[in-house]
Design a protein around this ligand. Structure first.
Ligand code: SF4
Length: 373
């Protein structure tokens, strides 16, 4: 069965690097013309090139126009709910790294329901269940039980947990989960192997094919992304776009979303190898919108409030708000170890107010399971 692995391994990473760094202004202008005509951009590598840097203003204007045309004036809100900070992996950049000495906890189903209830009362109807990757601490059956209880109150339940096989994803869907989020972290295999020295996550290919397994199982939403700061953003941007295009075409019933998580300080004091500036983050978001006009683009509370407000009109469709990154953090802040520090510490109501102030409608619910039944 073919997967994105076939596409990935048919390309040579150094050749792609040469293509991106060798793109000319002419290549960029050609891509921009295609985008403004609403046509498919074949040479989208040019939009990630250094030659595109000076066209950022033009890219931003186009990105804004395309997003408004496709999505209207809305920003979808969601909240992450951390279930467990126990993990079998030792990702160098993450606070949940199994080697870090933090307070570990896996919430009980009742504690999770309490956290979910607090989010419900704040207005959220879209929720993302997040966990460290530890099958022993959070078995599939427990996840299914959690989902089947949570989905009664939330119109959309997504998971960001360990990668599963296709049958396991199908079980998640039948338990009420409709969205899958799984980040490749970086598409540079050498860097990937360096920052994932041990644990099941070391298997680059198994992770890379997870969105395919999710697509075949039938998730309504599939979210992908690279962890910005691990490797060169231009290449990770290109490969993310390639991956998203492949998924859009192959699993046309699923809505593809792309997130732009930038590395944040976390327990372990990891040194960011390839920092991404604010301007480069904006460049990435705008390029992605021109290449993928229908994709959901997600910006989380990893970014500061002022930057999120500034980027909001440029292509973003979905934002988290009021996030806690430790299990139990909504009812007992700081009670357990966090995954990373959030930057935008505004409450969900404050974020919604800011969205309104910028001329957009904050949307707490835009879908219901009854649409497909
Ligand atoms: S990034 Fe995910 S898999 Fe890696 S240590 Fe953190 S929680 Fe575990």
């Amino acid at each position: 069965m073919s997967t994105f692995l076939d596409v990935y391994y048919s390309l040579n990473y150094s050749e792609i690097e040469k293509l991106i760094f060798g793109a000319s202004k002419r290549d960029v202008l050609y891509a921009l013309r295609k985008a403004s005509n609403g046509e498919v951009i074949e040479n989208y590598f040019a939009l990630f090139s250094p030659a595109a840097d000076e066209y950022l203003e033009q890219m931003a204007q186009l990105s804004h126009a395309i997003t408004r045309r496709r999505f209207g004036n809305i920003i979808q809100l969601y909240a992450p709910l951390y279930l467990s900070n126990e993990c079998a992996n030792c990702c160098a950049y993450c606070g949940f790294n199994r080697n870090n000495n933090i307070e570990r906890i896996t919430l009980t189903v009742e504690q999770i329901e309490r956290e979910a209830h607090l989010l419900y009362r704040q207005g959220f109807r879209h929720i993302l269940l997040v966990s460290g990757e530890h099958r022993g601490k959070l078995p599939l059956e427990t996840l299914a039980e959690i989902a089947s209880r949570i989905h009664r109150n939330f119109s959309s339940v997504s998971i960001e947990v360990y990668p599963m096989d296709e049958d396991e994803y199908a079980k998640m869907i039948s338990s009420g989960v409709d969205g899958l989020t799984i980040y490749q972290e970086t598409y540079n295999k050498n860097v990937y192997e360096t920052v994932h020295p041990a644990g099941p996550k070391r298997d680059f290919d198994w992770r890379l094919a997870a969105p395919d397994r999710g697509g075949r199982a039938g998730f309504r939403k599939i979210g992908i992304g690279a962890l910005l700061g691990l490797s060169n953003w231009r290449l990770d941007g290109y490969y993310t776009a390639l991956h998203a295009r492949y998924l859009t075409k192959t699993y046309w019933r699923s809505h593809i979303q792309i997130s732009f998580p930038r590395l944040r300080p976390a327990e372990g004091n990891f040194h960011t190898p390839s920092p991404v500036t604010d301007r480069q983050l904006v460049h990435l978001i705008c390029a992605m919108r021109l290449i993928l006009p229908d994709a959901g683009l997600v910006l989380s509370t990893r970014e500061p409030a002022s930057l999120r407000d500034h980027i909001m009109p440029l292509g973003i469709t979905t934002m988290s708000a009021g996030s806690r990154t430790e299990p139990g953090g909504y009812s007992n802040p700081e009670g357990a170890g966090k995954q990373f520090e959030v930057e935008d510490r505004r409450s969900p109501a404050e974020v919604a107010e800011s969205i309104l102030k910028h001329g957009f409608d904050p949307v707490w619910k835009d879908w219901d399971r009854t649409f497909i039944h």
